[in-house]
Design a protein around this ligand. Structure first.
Ligand code: ADP
Length: 341
């Protein structure tokens, strides 16, 4: 059946004869499908290696005559293709970047938690170890005493003394652990009142004088501050006692301990200088770690658990101050504490 199709390609990229000339459309449009039943509907088709969007209308003035309007959409499809490819590429890049960022962020967020977890585990291990030793001594000595029920206390004085000493050691350890756990749990802010530093240091140092003299050592106080700091007096006493205990523990007969106070700008400083054994430079960095003891044998013999300076640091920090240890020349240690005035 004969049919006439007028094709109007707009815009027609490849040049050809003007549209509207029945049957004279260019050869590259030959392959464009034509279906007289598929009219009045926009559809996409391909012919001669080009893509078209078109619509076919039946012409009313002539029977079996159709007008087919075609638009070359090569450029649009190329743009769409490029856009899709870019979108997929960017999407993939964004997914990879988001995955990497979330991995790094989660690692960063988890780091302190993991560190805390490790520190807690280490703390429990160290605490158990420290508790086990005196407990084992108390148990063994107690069993030894039970083996001799007929003995009098005076005959077993040394054993009884061992039990008493180890029990005191345990009590000190439990006290320190309690203090530290209170600090960790965010103990209430120190109850700050104006504290006359020189008077407080003089009182605490005086407690050591006789005891230190018995060991052939000397403790001296050189006041230089003369003012007050807002602080919890009990905790300051505890702080000074920790540092002085250490100075006494790590000095020998003939050594000297000098406590000085002074002011520097808006800060009050307090130093405890001793001429004792000193600390190796590599150990000095770690003395504030819980249960760290530079010289384990000596420290245990002097009753230390390696918690004193951790506690001292948390007291100082609660007051907004600092504490540091440096070497004294020619020997010994200088502990410097600063507190805001
Ligand atoms: P300890 O109860 O064992 O003394 P600390 O936390 O108070 O624990 O001190 C940690 C370690 O620092 C000690 O074991 C000791 O080796 C070292 N140290 C602290 N103070 C002094 C000091 N004045 N001289 C020498 N070593 C010190």
């Amino acid at each position: 059946m004969a049919r006439r199709v007028r094709r109007a390609a707009a815009p027609l990229r490849p040049s050809g004869p003007p549209p509207g000339k029945p049957g004279s459309y260019p050869s590259f449009l030959e392959g464009v499908p034509f279906d007289p039943n598929d009219v009045d509907r926009v559809c996409q088709t391909e012919a001669g290696g080009h893509a078209y969007r078109g619509i076919t209308f039946p012409l009313e003035e002539a029977e079996r005559t159709y007008l087919q309007v075609l638009v070359n959409v090569d450029a649009e499809l190329a743009i769409l293709d490029g856009f899709t490819r870019t979108l997929v590429l960017y999407l993939a890049a964004v997914v990879v970047a988001a995955a990497a960022a979330s991995y790094l962020l989660s690692r960063r967020t988890l780091k302190p938690i993991v560190q805390n977890w490790k520190a807690q585990t280490e703390f429990v291990q160290n605490a158990s170890h420290e508790l086990r030793t005196p407990l084992a001594v108390v148990q063994a000595t107690g069993e030894l005493l039970l083996d001799h029920p007929e003995s009098r206390i005076v005959d077993r004085f040394e054993d009884v003394n061992v039990i008493t000493e180890e029990t005191k050691r345990l009590a000190r350890l439990v006290d320190s652990l309690m203090e530290l756990s209170l600090d960790d749990a965010g103990r209430a802010q120190p109850n700050r009142q104006p504290v006359e530093v020189d008077g407080l240091v003089r009182d605490v140092a005086a407690l050591y004088e006789d005891f230190v003299a018995l060991q052939g050592k000397q403790v001296r106080f050189e006041p230089g501050f003369g003012g007050t700091v807002p602080a919890d007096a009990d905790r300051l006493r505890q702080l000074l006692a920790i540092v002085l205990d250490n100075a006494v523990k790590y000095t020998a007969a003939g050594d000297e301990i000098v406590v000085t106070t002074g002011a520097q700008g808006q800060k009050c400083f307090l130093t405890v200088v001793d001429t004792g054994c000193g600390i190796d430079p590599e150990d000095r960095e770690r003395v504030f770690e819980r249960f760290f003891r530079a010289d384990k044998a000596r420290s245990r013999a002097t009753g230390g658990h390696g918690l004193g300076l951790s506690l001292a640091q948390s007291i100082v920090q609660a007051h907004g101050g600092t504490i540091c240890l440096v070497a004294n020349e020619p020997r010994g240690t200088v502990v410097t504490i600063t507190l805001p005035r």
